[in-house]
Design a protein around this ligand. Structure first.
Ligand SMILES: C[S@@+](CC[C@H](N)C(=O)[O-])C[C@H]1O[C@@H](n2cnc3c(N)ncnc32)[C@H](O)[C@@H]1O
Length: 215
């Protein structure tokens, strides 16, 4: 019940802002060489693993899905927001975008070489996170990689904390705590990158990009 409520709030929130969100972010990778480098490294490790199929889970308007496709990676997007999926399909008609929930993916066991979760767990209530990570693991082939991006909380004494977000309630995660939760789900950390906010950024917390591998 709690899970449904959170998902409904997220879906309705992103349906309402989908057009604005797409306008704000669709060209954002162009000015982010470091983001592009991390996504490029992700594509390389997935390719090296031999199962070249990636799902961009919580893909929003699909611009990152399209970027991965542009790097030659077979990829599709999944999102809970019908408005986001509609925008993604309009903008990138050659690509596949599915409406769906990260908690119950319509993807076979071990089908994927890679999962990208780019800022898509931010609205997941902490008790529901282990179930979603277990689902990421289920759809990954052995040796498959997860690239997960999330905002960090203030410290280990506050492993998760709610923050002010204009779309739906959102959470920050302490990186070591999240890495341990990934480990419990069978996803071992490979590396993490920490981004520091600019002084002018409205939100003054760290951004984490963490690569993990299914055993
Ligand atoms: C902050 S946006 C990130 C979008 C995109 N990944 C990006 O990097 O711009 C979060 C997206 O995750 C989706 N999302 C959040 N929780 C989800 C869930 N449980 N299942 C599917 N999609 C979800 C939202 O609908 C939204 O489009």
């Amino acid at each position: 019940m709690v899970e449904l409520d959170a998902l409904s709030a997220t879906r309705e929130g992103y349906d309402a802002v989908a057009g604005t969100y797409a306008q704000m972010f669709r060209d954002s990778l162009r000015d982010s060489p470091l983001e592009r480098a991390i996504l490029g490294a992700f594509v390389e490790v997935v390719r090296a693993g031999g199962v070249a199929q990636v799902a961009d889970l919580g893909c929003g308007p699909g611009y990152v899905t399209a970027h991965l496709a542009g790097l030659g990676m077979p990829v599709f997007g999944v999102d809970a927001s019908p408005a986001m999926i509609q925008l993604a399909r309009q903008a990138y008609p050659a690509l596949r975008f599915d409406l769906g929930s990260m908690a119950a993916l319509n993807i076979a066991d071990g089908e994927l070489g890679g999962v990208l979760s780019r800022w898509s767990i931010i609205h997941t209530p902490p008790p529901e996170l282990p179930g979603i990570l277990a689902e990421f693991r289920r759809v990954l082939a052995p040796g498959g990689h997860l690239l997960i991006c999330f905002p960090a909380s203030d410290g280990p004494s506050r492993p998760t904390q709610v923050y002010d977000h204009s779309v739906a309630p959102a959470y920050q995660w302490w990186p070591d705590h999240l890495a341990a939760t990934l480990g419990d789900a069978g996803l071992a950390e490979v590396f993490r990158v920490v981004s520091r906010p600019e002084p002018t950024d409205r939100r003054q917390f760290l951004g984490i990009q963490l690569l993990a591998r299914r055993a």
